[in-house]
Design a binder for this molecule. Structure first.
Ligand SMILES: [Zn+2]
Ligand SMILES: [Zn+2]
Length: 294
């Protein structure tokens, strides 16, 4: 019998975990995914980033990250961070680099859906995501008792403008109830569901609803849910030209750029730069435009 060549499928370097909630408003963030992959290899998130991901990125990037205060490689204290790391979930080159390298190592092709990269043509990064980590303790608790028991951080929790969890009608929390520390969005011991500083479980049973500011925050929550749901819809890519045309229609409805600027409480020169394609609006400005014209 002739020797037959045995074809072995390509093996991934890191565990090929399925990202949670792709195509839904519950989609997880890329930092959450990286942390879960690290845990599946019994590694701290920081070790995975420092020993595997950063060495495969360009040298300039590594230097800027280390000079920014991030010390994964040299010091594994709990609070080491880089002020730019929260952008892994965003729409800049940082997100692109982490998507590319994680896809290379896991052999997946859907990790950009865990970021805001799809919107890079129409939104600026300014104040889009929060550098501090915030969470809903009641969502964590429900994840822990759910059938598959997967604990993760939804992409929604990372947005600067969102302060509530609409599922539980409660404000997102930013301070650990055990050690009273605030956490950065991505740290050495970053692990969904647990405090990066003291390691305690952050989930707890839901008792009462407490959100009183219903209008604006619920509007933000609904809008952001739609944004993240659409992040995996590759056939419907937002284009700058379509955005500008819609913006011009809104200017016409308002009467003038000056009047529109007054409505949304933004300097008229800034609105002018959007219309003339010299600048993109911040996510907060887009939310204001949608809130007034819906
Ligand atoms: Zn919740
Ligand atoms: Zn703590």
């Amino acid at each position: 019998m002739e020797d037959e060549e045995i074809k072995i499928p390509k093996r991934s370097y890191l565990n090929n975990l399925q990202p949670i909630g792709v195509g839904t408003e519950k989609v997880e963030s890329l930092t959450s995914y990286i942390a879960r992959v690290a845990e599946s290899h019994s590694l701290y998130t920081g070790k995975l980033v420092a020993l595997l991901l950063l060495p495969h990125m360009n040298k300039e990037k590594q230097l800027s990250q280390f000079s920014g205060g991030f010390q994964f490689k040299n010091s594994f204290n709990n609070t080491s961070y880089d002020s730019n790391f929260y952008n892994i979930n965003g729409l800049t080159i940082t997100a692109e680099e982490y998507v590319t390298i994680m896809q290379d190592f896991t052999l997946r092709c859907d990790l950009s859906f865990l970021t805001m990269l799809k919107y890079s043509e129409v939104i600026v990064n300014y104040k889009l995501l929060s550098s501090k980590f915030r969470w809903c303790p009641y969502c964590y608790e429900e994840m822990a008792v759910s059938k598959n028991k997967e604990i993760y951080n939804p992409l929604l929790w990372h947005f600067n403008d969102l302060n509530i969890c609409k599922v539980h009608d409660n404000y997102l929390e930013d301070t650990c109830p055990y050690c009273f520390n605030k956490m950065f969005a991505f740290t050495n011991k970053f692990k969904p569901g647990f405090c990066s500083i003291c390691g305690n479980w952050l989930g707890r049973e839901h008792v009462a609803r407490c959100v009183d500011d219903l209008g604006w925050q619920y509007f933000i929550s609904e809008s952001l849910s739609e944004f993240v749901r659409q992040s995996s819809n590759v056939e419907n890519l937002p284009k700058q030209d379509i955005f500008i045309n819609n913006l011009k229609k809104i200017v016409k409805q308002a009467g003038s750029i000056n009047l529109l600027a007054n409505y949304i409480e933004i300097p008229k020169n800034t609105v002018g730069t959007w219309v003339n394609k010299n600048n993109f609006p911040s996510f907060n400005s887009i939310l204001k435009l949608c809130y007034i014209w819906t």
